[in-house]
Design a binder for this molecule. Structure first.
Ligand code: FES
Length: 132
């Protein structure tokens, strides 16, 4: 398996505060091909796995229904590690102050505001691929 620019690992790293700029909600435009990051079973249901990349740490979440979502592992509030949050439905609760973040859009649930960058992700043959 070609892992080139990134390697996956358990756990996560908290980074500095994120900007609340709406522009960072947009998925990263990348000419790169899809990259296999792990088997689906390597991500716990209602949990996440962190993939390091040139864009920073990416949290890849798995829901109870086996959907996957990928967000920059940085809460839009004060940069908390979303990968360590609690996944419920299609949201994750940040472990630092409890903001809820929509996994599909990367946006904070009102009344909170802000967003974190999202990444295209897919499942194919029980493996997870990121477009980064
Ligand atoms: S850093 Fe996530 S809720 Fe404060």
């Amino acid at each position: 398996m070609d892992m080139n620019d990134f390697a996956d690992r358990a756990g996560s790293v908290a980074n500095g505060a994120a900007s609340a700029d709406i522009a960072i909600c947009a998925p990263v435009a990348s000419p790169a091909p899809w990259r296999r990051v792990c088997d689906l079973d390597a991500i716990p249901r209602l949990g996440a796995r962190v993939v390091t990349s040139v864009h920073g740490n990416i949290a890849v979440f798995r829901t109870a229904a086996d959907e996957v979502f990928a967000l920059l592992d940085k809460c839009p509030h004060k940069g908390g590690p979303l990968s360590q949050g609690i996944v419920f439905g299609r949201k994750v609760a940040c472990p630092l102050h409890g903001w809820n973040i929509n996994l599909g859009e990367g946006t904070a649930v009102a009344p909170d505001a802000g967003c974190t960058r999202r990444f295209a992700v897919k499942i194919e043959n029980d493996a997870v691929f990121l477009l980064i």
